[in-house]
Design a protein around this ligand. Sequence first.
Ligand SMILES: [Zn+2]
Length: 254
Amino acid sequence: MKIADNLEMLELPMKVMRMDRIVYPTLMWDDDNVILVDAGIPSNLEMIQKQMEAAGVPFKRLTKIIATQQDIDHVAGIKGILDENPEVRVLAHEVDKPYIQGEKKVKRLNSKFMDRIKDLPEEVRLEIVDMFENSSIKVNSTLSDGEVLPFCGGITVIHTPGHTPGHICLYHQKSKTLIAGDAMNILHGELVGPNEDPMSEDGVNANDAINSLEKLMNYDIVNIITYHGGLFNDNPNERIKEVIRDRKLYSYMK
Ligand SMILES: [Zn+2]
């Protein structure tokens, strides 16, 4: 879906843990750069290629993938893309880099998560664990808070720890679009808070995820793209203020 000039929201069906969901990576481009923000899971590759073609941006033009975080449904698809197009550079926040590279055990694979998937059939469970264990990829550059990437008219990196310690949002200056990753979600058409199930580490928790949203108040936002909920463009700044005030967390299970 076209959100603004040279900015497209992809829509990828994703079956994870037997739940049919849709995720929404973002594609941005200029004359020299084509950037994909988050990459789905391995089975999404063909659809990413098709949707890029449909947006008028051939897959072979892809130059960069920015991962908003280490979580598997955002990064597991990167490997397949690199196999097809080894020139693509991968960027992520420095804190989540060692997890994406497989040097540290991914936070999500904790006992709480294993307990949640324990009743799934053996092959589904194995598929999930396999994805976690075999999706490590090299991060070529790290990103830090406040950095402005000189691509696509300027993209500001906003470090928003909480969902993961190295979670980032991106602000596309030209179109005033916030690419929110999992910093927020959409429930029944309404923008809601971050996930109640953070990959906590070093005291980083869901409360921190809400506190991180304060940083977003510094930006004039016209569109928000959330990875699991898609587009929200009904007075985003006002709504973010309410989300911060209410301090409610989002649950997948509702
Ligand atoms: Zn996610």
